[in-house]
Ligand binder design. Structure first.
Ligand SMILES: [Zn+2]
Length: 249
């Protein structure tokens, strides 16, 4: 009975060790997720900035064209005074009108671009704020994860010490048997039988076997899953409070 109690303790420690190992495995993935979500935001931000730069360039180009055209119009107007024939005069007037029309079109285009740039600027402003907020949140999250990782490592070191000292008090043959079953049964070698039901494989234990189990004077195994079993309704074990690890069935 004492040996069985120690085995139950050992099982509890090993479950926790497995759980910690699984949590540790998930950690790099969590860091990766954080990193990726920020990367997507940054790419999006870069695109909007690029768009804005492109529009500014286009605007500058049109403004240069406008300057040139206004220069040309000025010249044409001054030449208008030197023109001799009516025909020439009308032709030149037409040319000036054409250029003024073009100027007006281009000025409209600049206004549209300015409006577009204004929209983009406010978008850039919003996106920058959002990105900074998320960056801050990520830093916090990262620190939290790192702290959790340190906590897990500490707990693991403690469990390892507990396990070593516990194993010293268990018959080595029994430890070997425990390890053997644990390896083949998904991390669970010792399991409670409550109300005649094995809590790992959920099969009914035959009444004869269940009666023997309740006497608790020998190490017994589940006839179905071959795990070492103990009577979970016994007051000592109820106090031990072994909880069946749901992931190790
Ligand atoms: Zn079983």
């Amino acid at each position: 009975m004492e040996q069985l109690k120690l085995l139950v303790k050992l099982q509890n420690i090993d479950w926790r060790i497995n759980e910690i190992a699984r949590e540790k495995e998930k950690m790099p993935l969590k860091f990766e997720e954080l990193h990726r979500s920020l990367e997507t935001l940054e790419e999006d931000f870069k695109k909007v900035m690029e768009n804005e730069r492109h529009l500014q360039k286009k605007k500058r180009q049109i403004e240069m064209d406008l300057d040139e055209m206004s220069e040309q119009i000025k010249k044409s107007k001054s030449r208008l005074l030197e023109v001799k024939t009516n025909k020439e005069y009308r032709a030149m007037l037409k040319e000036i009108e054409e250029k003024e029309r073009l100027t007006s079109d281009k000025e409209d285009e600049v206004l549209d671009i300015l409006e577009e740039i204004e929209k983009l600027s406010s978008e850039i402003h919003k996106k920058r704020h959002a990105m900074e907020a998320i960056k801050k949140r990520h830093e916090k999250e990262k620190t939290k994860l790192e702290g959790k990782m340190v906590g897990l490592e500490k707990e693991l070191a403690g469990l390892s010490i507990d396990r070593d000292s516990l194993v010293k008090h268990i018959d080595p043959k029994l430890v070997n048997r425990y390890n053997f079953i644990k390896q083949r049964r998904n991390g669970t070698a010792v399991v409670a039988v409550k109300d005649a039901i094995c809590q790992a494989c959920h099969m009914n234990i035959p009444p004869q076997v269940y009666n023997e189990l309740q006497r608790g004077d020998q190490i017994m195994t589940c006839p179905n899953c071959q795990r070492i079993i103990y009577w979970g309704n016994h007051k000592d074990f109820v106090q031990e409070g072994q909880v069946l690890n749901p992931k190790s069935k």
